[in-house]
Design a protein around this ligand. Structure first.
Ligand code: SAM
Length: 220
């Protein structure tokens, strides 16, 4: 486990990262403030910690990655979170995105498929004093019916198509942000539930994610 030191040097590196994200088009001030506040280096393996404020994805073990800061900011901005919103994150991974979400709303559930990452991240978030989220281990491609409905659902792995369970678990007015595509590139998609059976789909930039596994994901 890493130490929980957050030095002036780290804070300066985060300010530089925020300037870079602003230049790349992130404009939601609450999202930028969340990125400025969360010490990303504490979510890294010690061997990679020195790279924590580069705008890059890095390995977190188990063949998975911590998403690039631009991707975290981009997806979070698309969610349009309000402080009372209840959000589900699919793909807890390192816990970094979860900590960013917690800066925007206290009502966060996050689900991770990989048992090793789940156990490690649960311990890390508790150690960092960021244990406000409800963490679950299981197949997030099926959502989390016992905690639905959600105002926002964020999927941090690439899906072959829109998982029907996630659409069903959106509240009317709720937003699902999910990368959808093949195993090379995915298009960022936002689906807004406008009525019981009425959904509006918008498409944004292309990204490259690790695959969403599970019943509505890619088969292992
Ligand atoms: N949000 C993470 C972070 O901040 O570090 C990045 C996550 S990584 C890009 C994607 C994660 O999705 C991996 O940890 C992977 O194990 C997880 N995952 C893949 N399929 C899943 C599923 N069906 N349900 C839940 N988690 C899943």
């Amino acid at each position: 486990m890493t130490s929980s030191a957050d030095t002036y040097r780290h804070q300066g590196q985060r300010r530089a990262l925020v300037r870079e994200l602003r230049q790349r088009g992130i404009h939601d001030e609450r999202v930028l403030a969340a990125i400025a506040a969360v010490p990303r280096h504490l979510f890294f393996e010690p061997a990679f910690e020195a790279h924590a404020y580069q705008d890059k994805a890095f390995p977190i073990g188990e063949g998975q990655t911590i998403s690039q800061p631009f991707t975290v900011a981009y997806q979070t901005q698309l969610l349009k979170l309000q402080p009372t919103d209840h959000v589900l994150e699919v793909g807890t991974g390192s816990g970094y995105q979860c900590a960013v979400l917690l800066r925007l709303t206290p009502h966060v559930d996050s689900i991770e498929f990989n048992e090793v990452l789940f156990a490690r991240t649960r311990q890390l978030l508790a150690h960092l004093g960021a244990s406000g989220a409800r963490l679950h281990c299981g197949d997030g491609s099926l959502g989390l019916p016992e905690r639905a409905p959600f105002d926002a659902i964020l999927v941090t792995a690439g899906a072959p198509s829109l998982p029907p369970a996630l659409l069903r678990q959106l509240r009317v007015g709720g937003r699902l942000v999910i990368p959808v595509g093949d195993n090379q590139t995915q298009r960022m998609v936002r689906v807004t539930r406008e009525g019981a059976e009425s959904f509006v789909r918008e498409e944004f930039e292309e990204f490259r994610f690790v695959p969403l596994l599970g019943a509505s994901g890619w088969q292992q």
